[in-house]
Design a protein around this ligand. Structure first.
Ligand SMILES: N[C@@H](CCC(=O)N[C@@H](CS)C(=O)NCC(=O)O)C(=O)O
Length: 221
């Protein structure tokens, strides 16, 4: 049984959405955010204190984009991954890595220095600069979508799940109105996917059932 440790609408939504796209069976463990502070015992499972944590037998993973690729390869599904033999294999890996390193990380500085830190430690200039930085990096997404409906291989893949989460986070930060036109249309298409909608529903229901605050982590103040 795959075990996924998750906070509502945190990066752990990536593997949750992926599990739903693949129709795999899993157990979802909801945690209050940030678990490092609110669920100290979780540090025994993941010393980083971060979500997601994915446990699959002896395999333990803490990187959300890597989990998307892991799950699709383990499932044997051949359309949601891009295989080594395909021309877009490199592009696929690039998008997976870009989704967190380039498109999500700068947003965490906005979250931290605009919202999570106490007022005396907030840094409006840092938040403003990294919001702009993120929006500027969307140029790469906009360019890729100029000639295809999805990021690579001409079809929806795990790379779209991974990048889709960065767009969700930007929406929580109030940045979605600034997305360029093709990104806006793409993001609307991703949100219409049944598996995406199920993942939002499932996390809400699981939070209620497990006694965890259902507020999306990026909206906590
Ligand atoms: N690169 C990792 C980052 C994991 C991460 O930082 N997760 C955040 C939630 S989005 C977290 O758990 N933050 C709580 C903390 O840092 O204490 C990934 O993509 O999974």
């Amino acid at each position: 049984m795959i075990e996924l440790y998750h906070c509502v609408s945190a990066r752990s939504l990536r593997p949750l959405w992926m599990l739903e796209e693949l129709g795999l069976t899993y157990r979802l463990h909801m945690l209050p955010f940030p678990p490092r502070v609110q669920a100290r015992t979780f540090l025994q499972d993941n010393p980083l204190g971060t979500v997601p944590l994915l446990v699959d037998g002896a395999t333990r993973m803490t990187e959300s984009a890597a989990m998307c690729d892991y799950l699709v390869r383990r499932s044997g599904n051949t359309t949601l991954q891009v295989r080594e033999q395909e021309a877009d294999f490199g592009a696929y890996l690039n998008w997976l890595h870009m989704s967190d390193a380039t498109l999500t990380f700068p947003q965490t500085l906005v979250l931290r220095y605009r919202h999570f830190e106490p007022p005396e430690r907030q840094q409006p200039q840092v938040a403003e600069d990294y919001a702009r930085w993120f929006l500027a990096r969307l140029r790469a997404v906009e360019a890729a979508l100029g000639h295809a409906p999805f990021l690579c291989a001409g079809r929806f893949t795990a790379a779209d799940v991974a990048v889709g989460y960065a767009l969700l986070l930007g929406q929580h930060l109030g940045l979605a109105d600034h997305y360029p036109p093709a990104v806006q249309a793409y993001w609307a298409d991703l949100q219409a996917r049944p598996a995406y909608q199920r993942s939002l529903q499932i996390q809400q229901e699981a939070a209620q059932a497990q006694g965890v605050d259902p507020t999306p982590a990026p909206d906590l103040r």
